[in-house]
Design a protein around this ligand. Structure first.
Ligand SMILES: [Fe+2]
Ligand SMILES: [Fe+2]
Length: 193
């Protein structure tokens, strides 16, 4: 349903499980970055009224996810650490050439956002199915549903604002490229690591 070309190696969960503090720290900042992306889309594309409305709602939702993760960190007696570098996202956003019309730039940003949501959703599903810590598994199950909805929303906006045929072709190319990036990942305790 997510269209991803390369599933995560299930052994990634074993790595994560050994360092829950690290995954929660990385995850908290993923939620913060999702909030920042939504704000940035509002600032860059204010004339897209429906997008602005949805991004306003998304800012609240992603920030509430941040709080949920932060609460988990506090419950376990930890303090939120510094932001982690997300090499996956850094590599992903190099795919489309810079420039082009405003619509093209918007479409590219929406496709990146859709893919990051899709991969997060896939990772959360794995955690929800395989974590020994059942409380955390349920936590990830609920978040998985939210991120699946975000994936659908971002891809829907890309198809609505861009030329549907072109958008679908770009989406397929981006999925292929993402699979290449993922083939070198799956070995650290990071949401996209
Ligand atoms: Fe989220
Ligand atoms: Fe999200």
């Amino acid at each position: 349903m997510l269209g991803l070309k390369l599933p995560t190696d299930p052994r990634w969960v074993n790595i994560v499980e050994k360092n829950i503090e690290e995954i929660l720290t990385d995850h908290a900042f993923c939620e913060q970055k999702a909030t920042s992306t939504a704000i940035s889309l509002i600032v860059s594309f204010p004339e897209y009224t429906e997008l602005v409305q949805e991004m306003t709602a998304l800012v609240k939702e992603e920030m509430s996810h941040f709080k949920m993760v932060h609460d988990k960190i506090i419950e376990r007696g930890w303090v939120l650490g510094r932001d982690r570098r997300d090499d996956y996202v850094i590599q992903l956003v190099r795919f489309f050439p810079k420039g082009g019309s405003r619509t093209t730039q918007l479409v590219h940003r929406l496709l990146y956002a859709a893919l990051i949501e899709a991969r997060s959703c896939e990772r959360f599903r794995l955690l929800s199915e395989a974590l020994q810590d059942k409380e955390l598994a349920t936590f990830y199950r609920n978040l998985m549903v939210s991120e699946a909805n975000h994936y659908t929303m971002f891809l829907g906006f890309a198809r609505k604002y861009g030329n549907k045929k072109e958008v679908d072709a770009k989406w397929q190319q981006l999925l292929e490229y993402e699979a290449e990036i993922m083939s070198n990942l799956g070995n650290t305790e990071a949401i996209h690591g």
